[in-house]
Design a protein around this ligand. Structure first.
Ligand SMILES: [Zn+2]
Length: 273
């Protein structure tokens, strides 16, 4: 089976230079592609370098709402330059009203500027949203969106909003973190996702799986546990079991969905794998 990680952060410093080793483990486990999301200007060059070194990596560039205060005056032009450099997606971008002490002012403006870039170039956008689902829907509804679609990563919004988001072109991505017993509501929500809009992700190094499903235990230099991107196979297995679907059937439709939304940025010479 071929596995597709719709969202991770392989460039993260917590991986402490072990990216080559992690990628080798992913390849061995059957990971065919991963979308590696930049989160701020300072990590975009690392995302670009990973994509240039390894065909598994689909790069994505964007300003995550948590890091907006780090923006330089040229941030939007710099983002455009990254997108010019290599076939890439836009993200991680988004809205966050959950994180304590994070200012909300300015988030919508930054989100819309990046959404506009994605729409203008028809690049898939990876969107983070915490406690701002109604507003996110309004903004997406009222502004140009990429024709190829966009990804609501780690979708934890209300199930009732799934049809409205789907109508605007949303894909819904399931993280291993939702396999924890206490995340039943979020898991149940995924039963309502249209079959052709489901994606799967690790969000590595974050969103650890429950311990008994963590196939690739990993720790950072400080000893804190990290989510290994090869755990993607365990996320697929956990979701297939929850949905009562055969592993092969789930993998086949997620592959089709991934190719549909990210197909515009997959270099033609390397597809099919
Ligand atoms: Zn993320």
């Amino acid at each position: 089976m071929r596995y597709y990680d719709a969202h991770n952060h392989l460039q993260d410093d917590r991986f402490a230079g072990r990216q080559t080793e992690l990628l080798a483990a992913c390849e061995q486990a059957g990971v065919a592609r991963m979308v590696v999301n930049g989160a701020c200007e300072s990590d975009w060059p690392q995302v670009l370098a990973l994509a240039q070194e390894n065909k598994l990596v689909l790069p994505s560039f964007g300003y995550h709402p948590w890091y907006l205060q780090e923006r330089t005056p040229d941030w939007l032009a710099n983002l455009g330059k990254c997108l010019d450099e290599i076939p890439s997606a836009v993200g991680e971008i988004g809205l966050d009203r959950w994180k304590p002490d994070l200012p909300y002012a300015g988030q919508e403006e930054a989100f819309l500027a990046q959404l506009r870039l994605a729409a203008g170039r028809n690049l898939p956008a990876s969107i983070h949203c915490l406690q701002a689902w109604g507003r996110l829907h309004e903004l997406l509804r009222d502004h140009p969106r990429p024709a190829c679609g966009f990804v609501l990563h780690s979708f934890g919004g209300p199930g009732e909003m799934i049809p409205a988001f789907a109508q605007l072109g949303a894909y819904f991505s399931f993280p291993g973190y939702f396999l924890h017993e206490r995340k039943l509501r979020q898991r149940e929500t995924f039963r309502q996702v249209p079959p052709d809009r489901l994606l799967i992700e690790t969000d590595a190094p974050d969103q650890l799986l429950p311990e008994d499903e963590n196939l690739f235990p990993l720790a950072g230099k400080d000893g804190k546990p990290l989510n290994h991107p090869a755990n993607l196979v365990a996320v697929y297995a956990g979701l297939a079991e929850f949905l009562g679907e055969k592993d092969e059937s789930l993998a086949a439709r997620v592959e089709e969905n991934f190719q549909r939304v990210f197909g515009t940025i997959i270099p033609p010479q390397s597809s099919p794998l």
